[in-house]
Every structure is written in structure tokens, then in C-alpha cells.
Design a protein around this ligand. Sequence first.
Ligand code: ATP
Ligand code: MG
Ligand code: MG
Ligand code: MG
Length: 481
Amino acid sequence: KSWTAKEIRQQFLDFFQNKGHEVVPSAPMVIKGDPTLMFTNAGMNQFKEAFLGNRQPSSSRITDTQKCLRVSGKHNDLEEVGHDTYHHTMFEMLGNWSFGDYFKTEAIAWAWELLTEVYGLDQERLYVTVFEGDASENLERDDDAANAWKAYVPQERILNGNKKDNFWEMGATGPCGPCSEIHMDLRSNEERAKVEGASLVNQDHPQVVEIWNLVFMEFNRQADGALKALPAKHVDTGMGFERLCMALQGKQSNYDTDVFQPLITRLSELSGITYGTAEKSDIALRVIADHVRAVAFAIADGQLPSNNGAGYVIRRILRRAIRYGFSYLNLKEAFIHKLIPILSQQMAEFFPEIRDQKELVEKVILEEEQSFLRTLEQGLNRLDQIRQESQSKTVDGARVFELYDTFGFPPDLTALILKEEGMSFDIASYESEMQKQKDRARSATKVDTGDWVVIEEDDREEFIGYDHLEAKVRITRYRKV
Ligand code: ATP
Ligand code: MG
Ligand code: MG
Ligand code: MG
């Protein structure tokens, strides 16, 4: 059978619904009101309070697909994106949860049934990992999980994993516990004959990838670093939807699936550059196809690009995409907003917000593109000059601040461009320039506003966004006509 992305997603939800799970919608990708987390980084985030025992979930078994963004905090994959073929900024995490209901045996049995019997993945290519324990935290090896796997998986494909890979934590604090991961070897038979697949698990091999993580929530990581037992034991699973699509569609890259191909095709039309012709343009095509999703869904969730907080993260992602297009796809005019109709068409059935907010998303992205493109070329020229004048491979941070201040180059973008030439910059001198500017701004009158817009549920036609530059405040109103 050949699976479309839509069928794959639906099948997951149907499967767990048949096992008594309530299907719930994705929570917004942008989080407000949790100082420990800026963006949703896993399906379990919206259930944090339920794990901690502070809130009763609507059902003891829940399933969904969650929009996640991993660009900040403990889970930050931004630098990988585009360079590898299976880490995204925004991705969907398919999940099933048990709140004090079933535990390891059922979670493992169902994961195996779904992957091998329903989706029909080749069992021989699947590896599982279990937590090996950690003496410093007084944690034992997860023998229960290992024993549960033995019913399905031969011993040599059940591997131990360390705390980094097999003890899942949401952030610096919060619910956590040992986990058991499922990895899939997607290499050709020829490649497989060369190296044993087991030795590639957890090695970031592009065709031996982790697809599903089953977390057994038992603890709360407290602010003092100690682990405290939760009032009940829970199951929290997360499967990378785009990676599953790669496996089921017989591809070796997430970007070759029908999740990304329509976006890449449109980008090729716009630029005249085909995917697969050169390394640099391929990276650019992947980065842009990835970043447009992150930016569009963030805006649809009410997070406009801005100069601080979560809004600045979104602006930085967008500026990275614009620069990749400019430098490697020869796209010198605004182009990212032109991808929104495709994205909306692909995703609206499941995530109606992308269709409902389509005009806002297009308008905001277009304005951002136009504003950055006004200074991008000059900034790139200036950076070239700075590079040539620099005495060492480490550029003076004051120059990086100048690029930020004059041309709107976020420092991580400058770092990215410098890295392409094997260079970097001095962060301390950048920060000291930044501090000086902040001190100057503090003495001027400053209006402090957040960067969050409220999208009214019952009157979806009006949006008010705040965007502030130093002491000036610009208020933008978007009204549908
Ligand atoms: P990896 O080791 O590949 O970085 P992870 O262990 O950090 O993944 P988890 O926190 O266990 O990921 O998240 C559950 C699942 O979500 C993973 O098994 C993977 O399939 C998927 N996933 C994680 N990060 C990404 C990402 N940046 N892009 C796409 N899918 C991801
Ligand atoms: Mg990771
Ligand atoms: Mg991992
Ligand atoms: Mg994992």
C-alpha cells in the first residue's frame, strides 16, 4: 500500500481511538503563560498540569497530533534544519497518552501493532532502546520495558540507551521519566550489508532514524534539580509525523515526502532551480520549505514577528529563510508569502487556522520580507567587507552589532553566514554593544508592550499587532475587507 501523509495521520488517530482514546485538537504552537517554555516542543506540553496531578484530563486516554517548534530552550534543532533531512523547526508529533491508566506493557504492544501490522513496516529494520539507568540519580535500568519488548523484538535489537537519549525531560523543570525509543533503519540493502544497523542507532545517521519515543512519566524535575515521584504513573508518546511519512513512503529524506514536495516544487518554479542539482541550493530549498511552516503557523497562532521574545524568534527564522533564498536561489524579491496558498491547501483540513488566518499570514510575511529585503543586499556587502578586513577568523562583535542595528541582521544569521566561510564572531563584544544600546534606550521614554496578539475567537476579522523599535511604538491593524 502507498500511504499519503493525510492517511498516515488519520490512521494513527483512528488506531488509538479504537483503543479507547479521546481524539483532541493540537494545542497552539506558541505558549503564553508558562515561564519555562516559549513554544510547544512536544505533544505532552498541553498535559503538563495533568501529569503533575494539578488538573484532571478530559479522559484517561488521549491521542492527537501536535504542532511543535524546536528552536529554543532545551530542545533546539534550528542549526540542524536543512543540513540534515529529518530535523525540522516545526513538525507534527503524533501522540497517545495514558493518565494513570495503562502503562509500559500496553504502550509497547500498541506501538508495535500499529507500526508492524497496521502500517506494515518491516520488523527486521526496527530497533528499540531502553533506559540503562543512572547511578548519580539513583535510577535503575528499565527492565520492565526491556521485558515487554522481548515479546516482539529479538534480544540483539533491544539496546540500552543513556540518560541523554533515554530519559526524557520537557525542560529544565517539569514532568520526566525513562523512555523507550523505536528507531528505523531505512538504508538500502547494499548499505545495510556494510555496517550493522544497531551500531548506528542514536548516531544521527540520516537513514537510521528515531521515529517514536515512548516516555514513562514518573517524576517531576524540580527547580533544585531533584527528582520527585509524580502522584501517578503515565504514558506519554511522541512520534515524528514527517519521519513516519518518510518510512511509509519509502523515502530517504523527509523532504521527499508529500509533506514537503509541494512546497519545494513551488520554490523551484519561483526560482528556476530544481531540487537535487547542487548542495547549496538543496539546503536552501529545504530550509525555506521548513521555515515557512514554522513562521506561518506561529503567525496563525497569534505570534507576529517582532523585536523581542517569541516574536523575535519568529522574525529570525523568517530572515534566515529570506537570506537563503536571496543568496542561493537568486530570489531577490519577496517570495515566501507565495508559498502560503500551498501550505494552506495541504494543511487546512487538519489545521483550519492556517486557512482562517491565511490573509493575515500572507500580509505579515510579505511586509517582513519587503522590510528585510530593503537592507539585505547592503548588509551582505557590508559583511563581506567586514570579513575581508578582519584580522582573524573571529570577527569583532561590535561589527556584528552594527549589522544588527543598521541592517536588521539578527546575530544568529550573521553567525550562520560567517560559519559558511569557516568564521565566527566574538559574542562578548557583541553583547557589550547591545548593552550600551539598551542603556541608551532606557534613558529615553520607553513604552513597554508585549509581542503577543489576541486573535478573537468570535470576531476573527480584526487583529492588532504591536511592534516596537526602541522608544517608538508602531501599532498595526489588520482588517479583513
Ligand atoms: P532526535 O534524537 O532525532 O533529535 P529526540 O529524541 O530529540 O529526536 P523526542 O524528544 O524523543 O525527539 O521527540 C519524539 C519524536 O519526535 C522523535 O522520536 C522524532 O520522531 C520526532 N522529532 C524530534 N525532533 C524532531 C524535529 N526537530 N523534527 C522532526 N521530528 C522530530
Ligand atoms: Mg533531538
Ligand atoms: Mg533522540
Ligand atoms: Mg527521543
